[in-house]
Design a protein around this ligand. Sequence first.
Ligand code: ADP
Ligand code: MG
Length: 240
Amino acid sequence: MISLDRIHKSYGSLQVLKSISLAVTAGERVVLCGPSGSGKSTLIRCINGLETRTSGQILVNGHELHPNCENIADLNGEVGMVFQQFNLFPHLTVLQNLMLAPRIVRKLSREETRARALRLLERVKIADKADAYPGQLSGGQQQRVAIARALCMQPKVMLFDEPTSALDPEMVKEVLDVMTDLAREGMTMIVVTHEMGFARTVADRVIFMDGGVIVEEDAPASFFARPKHPRTKEFLRQVY
Ligand code: ADP
Ligand code: MG
């Protein structure tokens, strides 16, 4: 579903990604973790064209994403993204937030889009807030809306960038529960998170990045029980 081949990314003289190669198969759930500044956000932002890479090849569901991302529209909707800060449109209602991209990008009818949006709001258990504005919702509710909004484009892959890091602790579970349901339904997911409980129970594979490289990757059971690299051990000591 996703293939990254020797991705490099620099900001000026700062090398942020150093030859990252990664293949994610359909239905696979990958958790990406690592210290702040290790390049996690940059990596997943490259996959949906929010950042351009310096070199390397990216394939999403068989489509090559051109180096300057000018053909991102060809992949649009194949890759959904959820951000730490929700990034909902504040001047649109919840329902309008969900309907915007399918209407404009996919040119779906109002009726069809509305029905799909309402089904998704049911699924993330927030249908009663369809006509509310984001500012009237809690952080956990906003993040569930953001997930529903991404799903409204019927993506083949979902990318999550620290989706629970901006939430009050009591709201983390409601968002992780929605993500866990999505994983059970077979969605291909790459999740940047420090929620190691989620990684343990949901991930097929955990990848640890540091300094712009993949230091270690393994199935969660062995990743947590027998981390091999000293930097992985140090990281796990800090997040537990
Ligand atoms: P992470 O998500 O793992 O915390 P990031 O991918 O956000 O790491 O950042 C990796 C490195 O790239 C950091 O050193 C960060 O300061 C730098 N960086 C990120 N975005 C930019 C940018 N737009 N311009 C310059 N440097 C950036
Ligand atoms: Mg980040």
